[in-house]
Design a protein around this ligand. Structure first.
Ligand SMILES: [Zn+2]
Length: 73
């Protein structure tokens, strides 16, 4: 079984790394965060807002949803 270190959270995982659009190796959890951040950038751009702020807020929103659902380990 191979292992990898997630570049996003810095933790070690067993198995296959997920690849982001830019080819970074991340865990499943961080991949979802990255996708959420990308969606936030697109939303913010459409609304003429700061893309980075949009990414951060959407990502935080996703993490909060996951906590509410109790899936955050
Ligand atoms: Zn991670």
């Amino acid at each position: 079984m191979s292992t990898f270190t997630c570049v996003e959270c810095g933790r070690m995982f067993r198995g296959q790394a997920r690849r982001t659009a830019t080819g970074r190796r991340v865990c499943t959890k961080c991949e979802q965060g990255v996708l959420g951040a990308a969606a936030g950038v697109l939303m913010a751009q459409r609304q003429g807002a700061d893309p980075v702020a949009g990414a951060i807020s959407t990502r935080g929103w996703l993490q909060r949803i996951r906590l509410l659902r109790g899936k955050d380990q």
